[in-house]
Design a protein around this ligand. Structure first.
Ligand code: ATP
Ligand code: MG
Length: 582
């Protein structure tokens, strides 16, 4: 696969030093000094995101540009955001919410969500965002685990998703409805009326850097979601990784398309762009290729952060659509959440004149760990290299201990040396599950990967998803990427099916691009293409066509569900399941 070289001009525009220069002599304490902090060694995420800019005379810049479903725009300057979040913090105070109390949101991407998130942090309470599309059960389970005291939601979401079990949840003191009007019941409040009465001044809580700030549930791709605990110190990593891995500069117009219900939508959809003084775009609507290009054009987006599932849908919509828009303001594009197929990197380079830069991280790591930097040549299909201050390794397990692989391109667990600021501090109420992530001084990610001789990391598959066939270890990503090269394929998911003679055989599920029909001829063509690309040992033996693939709310393919169904096993936890059409 050809390397995408960065020209000197690109490097210069990114204004970033060389990768090796970054890493040499890096200390997290230096990164901490990029922020202001509060007196006495205290630190508060919301202060760094908002108030700091106002103090430094940058309050009139646009912090958030919100685009409603019907296309209306609403801007919040940093100083306006300061006032609104102060009001919200005062509202919480008025309800008796204290440091460490849990405040949940169940909202679409409306301005109130962003105000609630930052206002909660200002008040020293803990914020836990949930996808508004979750059903009643996942909402209840998350609120129970975290011990919710306050829920911010809308009238209709409340009725559908909370009212059915409301009486069963003890400790939930207040429900703040963003649109209650006169229809308020006893423990419910109309948020706009409370906000209107609240003062616009608030002394930001002097939180300790190690105080809990955010509770984020994992995506539930591999099983029951875990509640990862993050602290205020995480802001140091959010800030620096935004600069380095997303090339964020003050005054950039930045669009992270993720919903805050997924960790990406909080770390990089709220905190990082604001600490870096950018203008962040929030689009209330769901994915639509034309709408997205329209936003990139009209808002003059410079930096764009999205996910492979969206990129594959853009590819499905075709390059011609993209060419119809003026995207000349785009300077940097990045992707996270799933492996980014080489085909997608090459397609984006051809279509936009620059590639999507893949980066890797997890809910647990709180921020980007491995990335393709603006100043670095891109090897399509690789996640890039570890950020400064991050020690990543490929480790192999031997009788309960782990050892770092010495040879390049060895497949092993992707592991990290703990010590960066945004590392989770716990899985809430699941000490054993948390403890098991650490062996011999390494945090084990649960992903399998390889490192090449240049230090680039390559994703192989989730530990649970890797297929063992006739002595080969097959990563689903490699097979899916090969299928993606076929012009008819929009998406692919690959699983292993138990087989008596060779251990497992590879089966692929494929969704097609418009204009293609899943018939026997296409199946034979695809099988032939895969065999030619991968060899008979690795290529799928069987292909099933589907309208789409089962995915989590954060857009991740749920291979375990395809496998469970195939084997007639229980489906397991599907609380985060989204698209799923045969
Ligand atoms: P759960 O832990 O509940 O099964 P999840 O792991 O999908 O869900 P997240 O924390 O949202 O929850 O996702 C992190 C995972 O997403 C990573 O461990 C990895 O498997 C995958 N991932 C994220 N970015 C990339 C990437 N750039 N390349 C490959 N995989 C990625
Ligand atoms: Mg995970």
């Amino acid at each position: 696969m050809d390397i995408i070289r960065k020209s000197d001009a690109t490097r210069l525009k990114a204004n970033l030093p060389d990768y090796d220069q970054f890493c040499a002599g890096f200390h997290w304490e230096d990164a901490e000094r990029l922020l202001d902090g509060l007196s006495g060694g205290k630190l508060n995420i919301a202060f760094e995101a908002i108030d700091r800019h106002v103090i430094h005379g940058r309050g009139d810049r646009t912090a958030i540009r919100w685009i409603s479903k019907d296309g209306a725009r609403r801007d919040f300057s940093y100083v306006e955001l300061q006032r609104e979040t102060n009001r919200f913090a005062n509202v919480l105070n008025g309800l008796g919410i204290a440091r460490g109390d849990r405040v949940y949101s169940l909202l679409g991407r409306v301005p109130e969500l962003y105000v609630a998130a930052l206002g909660t942090l200002k008040c020293g309470a803990v914020f836990c965002p949930m996808f508004s599309a979750f059903g009643p059960e996942p909402v209840k389970a998350r609120m129970e685990i975290g011990g919710a005291r306050v829920l911010v939601t809308s009238h209709s979401l409340y009725k559908k998703k909370v009212a059915p079990w409301r009486k069963e949840l003890k400790g939930l003191d207040a429900i703040l409805l963003i649109d209650a009007g006169d229809e308020v019941e006893s423990d419910m409040h109309d948020l706009p009326s409370l906000m209107a009465k609240a003062a616009t001044e608030f002394p930001v809580a002097a939180t300790d850097p190690e105080d809990m700030a955010l509770l984020h549930f994992t995506s539930g791709t591999t099983g029951r979601p875990k509640g990862a605990v993050h602290v205020h110190r995480a802001v140091v990593a959010h800030h620096l990784t935004g600069k380095l891995a997303l090339d964020l500069h003050p005054d950039d117009v930045f669009w992270c398309t993720a919903d805050p219900g997924w960790v990406t939508g909080t770390s990089y959809g709220i905190i990082s762009p604001l600490t870096n003084g950018a203008t962040m775009i929030v689009d209330e609507a769901e994915f639509d290729a034309g709408r997205w290009y329209g936003i990139l054009e009209s808002e003059k987006v410079n930096v764009w952060y999205t996910a492979p599932t969206a990129i594959r849908m853009l590819m499905k919509a075709g390059a011609a659509l993209a060419k119809g828009y003026d995207l000349s303001r785009l300077r940097f594009m990045a992707s996270v959440g799933e492996p980014l197929n080489p085909e997608a990197v090459i397609w984006s380079n051809r279509t936009f004149g620059m590639p999507f830069h893949d980066n890797w991280w997890q809910t647990e790591t709180g921020g980007i760990m491995i990335a393709n930097y603006a100043s670095m040549d891109v090897k399509p299909g690789s996640m890039g290299k570890p950020l400064p201050g991050i020690v990543a390794g490929i480790v192999e397990k031997h009788d309960g201990t782990v050892r770092e692989a010495s040879r390049p391109m060895t497949i092993g667990q992707l592991a990290l040396k703990p010590g960066w600021p945004s590392m989770m501090r716990a899985y809430l109420h699941e000490e054993e599950r948390y403890r098991k992530c650490f062996v011999d001084g390494w945090y084990l990610s649960g992903d399998l990967a390889m490192r090449d001789e240049d230090g680039y990391f390559w994703f192989v598959g989730r530990d649970d998803d890797v297929i063992k066939s006739a002595g080969h270890l097959i990563g689903p990503f490699e097979v899916e990427s090969a299928l993606m090269e076929h012009p008819a394929v929009a998406e692919a998911a690959v699983i292993g099916i138990p087989d008596e003679t060779i251990g497992e055989v590879v089966k692929a599920f494929v969704a097609l691009k418009p204009g293609h029909e899943g018939n026997d001829d296409l199946m034979l063509d695809l099988l032939g293409h895969a065999r030619k690309r991968l060899g008979p040992a690795v290529a799928p033996k069987e292909i099933a066509f589907r309208n789409n693939l089962p995915k989590t709310r954060s857009g991740k393919i749920m291979r375990r569900l395809l496998k469970a169904r195939e084997l007639g096993l229980p489906e397991g936890d599907i609380s985060t399941l989204e698209s799923d059409e045969k």
